[in-house]
Design a binder for this molecule. Structure first.
Ligand SMILES: Nc1ncnc2c1ncn2[C@@H]1O[C@H](COP(=O)(O)OP(=O)(O)OP(=O)(O)O)[C@@H](O)[C@H]1O
Length: 576
């Protein structure tokens, strides 16, 4: 666990952590010594000359004070380490998140990242402040107590020593048992949670199909699985929880029986027996406390291993001598790429000349979005190259590439804040007038006008609800404000109402004037207006040319549009 902590925190934290562990170890040894001193104190007190206890009591007092000071320092060091660790962890995780390839940020990963940077960091912070000390106590104090027991009665000390491997094995066994049942239970709880949300979201569909009475099979199954896992936790996991405690108590009982039999046999005086029993009780106490911490230790350890996984995620290599692109030409040269072993793009070559528009069309899953992601370097290609202005994107500095490209995707993320703040993301230094001008061009002003609170209305989580078309207009306003010479655009597929349709069209016209454009096109108007159409099919380029050329040539494009015309004929007519 300490090694994992140091991996996550970096070498700078090694020395303070070692010092802290040293102080905690010292406090634990002194605690063991204070316990052991009870033996001579009690022996003298219960013996023929109780006055002999005074010198021992004085030594006991000195050790107890030293122990209290060491424990105080250890606790203080634990809290300090905890808070400096939380800062260190946030910085290290933050640096890593800022450097991760954009393609890493998929929905489920982002959700888990949220949990890790909030709950996960707290679980790890607890390690030095609340977990390390009891753990060190659980190992060092009993060890010190047993060693000192040898001074007073080697037979009981030997019995306690023999109990150690048994206790260790049972501790490991119960930990594994709880972990197994916990893990299974966590999985089914997460599954059931997801199903409940799904059940709520699918209410309109379920009701429309009259499925409310018999319920929703998947949710029922998930809830049954959750109940069964709960039962298993009670029947199996509970042995793990109480198993170690039982063995600790059994060890104490065995030492008690042994001590009493020695006393009855006359080989151990009653005062020594009492003192040794106090010692035996002290021997088991830290162990029992450590057993209670099992859950928190597992949480800390799990959070640590997820952090290590995140920190070890490979980053895209940055160029050592970055080159500047000559112009805004986009080129893909024999590009092959797959997210995993399955190829998604194969030998794709295309060229978008500066200030021209290329429309990418093709069936769902043919790799259109992937092409745009490779241009913005969300990922690196497996073979071939992606070039901007004649320079491979791997040789362009990340900031430089991002400053050249505006991305307008369908899933627009709105931050918690006003609409103005949301547009300003496009260029943080823009003046209020520039933001308003971009908003006017993207016809966002009309949205603002109807919102209660106008420009001050808050969007994002818990804020005003905007339609898909309205969100896309805000995202286009961001891109207009950013004023990058290359625009990668994924047109909205959702059917827009006529007002939004014409507003989005105006916004796009304002955005795309005089820029190099690659559009994942869903509307006939866009495709017809394109200087070049590239048809992707199954990750390969099937055809390319202008609308007229491709229609005249027949083949994949002509078939594709005939299909779309049949399916959505009403949408394929030019809107104006
Ligand atoms: N992050 C990802 N991880 C793994 N596979 C992915 C990922 N994104 C896309 N894919 C897969 O890659 C293939 C191409 O996807 P892509 O999104 O590029 O297609 P598309 O033509 O844009 O489709 P659509 O028109 O439906 O958006 C699909 O089979 C998809 O399942």
């Amino acid at each position: 666990m300490i090694r994992s902590l140091l991996t996550v925190l970096g070498p700078g934290h090694a020395a303070p952590l070692r010092r802290m562990i040293g102080v905690m170890g010292l406090a634990a040894v002194l605690q063991g010594a204070a316990f052991a001193l009870l033996v001579p104190v009690l022996r003298a007190l219960l013996g023929p000359t109780p006055g002999d206890a005074w010198p021992w009591l004085a030594v006991f007092a000195v050790v107890a004070v030293a122990q209290a000071v060491a424990a105080y320092l250890a606790q203080l060091a634990g809290y300090r380490a905890g808070s400096s660790m939380s800062r260190g962890l946030h910085h290290r995780l933050g640096d890593q998140i800022a450097s991760l390839p954009l393609g890493w940020f998929t929905g489920d990963r982002v959700g888990k990242l949220g949990q890790l940077t909030s709950g996960g960091v707290i679980n790890v912070m607890q390690v030095p402040a609340h977990l390390l000390r009891p753990l060190i106590d659980a190992v060092v104090t009993p060890a010190a107590v047993v060693l000192l027991m040898y001074v007073f009665d080697w037979r009981l000390a030997l019995a306690a020593t023999l109990a150690v491997p048994v206790l260790y094995l049972v501790y490991q066994w119960s930990g594994r048992l709880i972990q197994r049942t916990d893990h299974g239970r966590d999985l089914v709880i997460a599954e059931a949670g997801g199903r409940v949300v799904e059940f709520a979201q699918t209410q309109p569909v379920l009701r429309a199909f009259g499925r409310t009475v018999e319920g929703y099979r998947l949710l029922d199954e998930a809830l049954v699985a959750q109940r069964d896992a709960g039962r298993r936790m009670i029947t199996t996991g509970v042995w793990g929880m109480i198993g170690f405690g039982l063995v600790v108590q059994a060890t104490f009982t065995a030492l008690l029986v042994l001590g009493v039999s020695f006393a009855l046999g006359g080989s151990l005086g009653v005062p020594e027996l009492l003192a040794l029993l106090v010692l035996a009780a002290r021997f088991v106490e830290p162990l029992a406390m450590a057993a209670d911490l099992g859950g928190a230790i597992r949480l800390g350890r799990n959070a640590l291993s997820r952090m290590i996984e995140l920190l070890e995620t490979p980053l895209l290599p940055q160029p050592t001598a970055p080159r500047k692109p000559g112009d805004t030409t986009i080129e893909l040269v024999e590009v092959s790429f797959g997210y995993d072993s399955r190829p998604v793009l194969e030998q794709v070559s295309l060229r978008v000349p500066p200030r021209s528009m290329t429309a990418l069309v093709g069936p769902s899953g043919s790799g259109k979005t992937t092409v745009t992601r490779l241009i913005a370097r969300f990922f690196d290609v497996d073979s071939g190259s992606v070039r901007v202005g004649g320079v491979d994107v791997r040789e362009i500095a990340g900031d430089e590439l991002m400053s050249l490209v505006s991305l307008v995707f369908q899933d627009v993320y709105l931050f918690e804040g006003t609409i103005e703040e949301n547009i300003r993301v496009g260029r943080p230094g823009a003046t209020g007038e520039q933001v308003r001008a971009a908003a006017r061009l993207a016809r966002v002003e009309e949205i603002v006008a109807r919102l209660p609170g106008g420009w001050q209305a808050r969007t994002g989580e818990g804020g005003v609800t905007l339609s898909g078309g309205e969100r896309q207009r805000i995202s286009i306003a961001r891109a207009i404000l950013k004023d990058a010479p290359i625009v990668l655009l994924d047109e909205a597929t959702a059917a827009l109402d006529p007002e939004n349709e014409s507003a989005v069209q105006d916004a796009l016209t304002a955005l795309t004037a005089d820029r190099t454009l690659l559009v994942i096109a869903h509307r006939l108007q866009t495709v017809v207006a394109a200087d070049q159409i590239v048809v992707l099919d199954g990750g390969r380029i099937a055809q390319s040319g202008t609308h007229e050329e491709l229609m005249a040539r027949g083949g994949r494009y002509a078939e594709f549009w005939a299909e779309r015309n049949r399916a959505h004929g009403w949408r394929l007519l030019p809107t104006r």
